[in-house]
Design a protein around this ligand. Sequence first.
Ligand SMILES: [Fe+2]
Length: 165
Amino acid sequence: MSTTTTPNFTTRNDLDPTVRADVVAILNRQLAANADLYAQTKQAHWNVKGGNFMQLHELFDQIAEVIEPQTDELAERVAALGGYAEGTTRMIADASPLPEWPRDAVKGEDVLQALVERWAAYGAGLRTAIAQIAEHDDVASEDLLTGILGEVDKALYFLEAHLQG
Ligand SMILES: [Fe+2]
């Protein structure tokens, strides 16, 4: 996390400034994970090959569209807390906890495995972040992340269903 060198802005929001600073750092990390996962899911959408190409191509686009609006929601929550949203491509690459996309994942099953690994990691990070924010009593940020987590869990189920049965 590199939020310590970024500005904080004054606000009449009544949360304690140290709480807001801690939550901003947590949210910026989730913002980076979210934007990284969006780009990696589109990478899968563009490059998957094989007999079930069209089904996977469309599924990957659908789940990418699920998380795309979350980027804006996370960034604007950071700003609402008086923080500085860290959303450029380079900031995201610097801060994302996710592993880089494997370039050799092209076959449908390999792409699915890589996506499952990354969507599960995003979900696990969200769950940890929710627990951390709950300790700070910032219910609005907790609620935002909880809503996002429900969508992420559902997308993970869609991905995993293709590898089971
Ligand atoms: Fe497309």
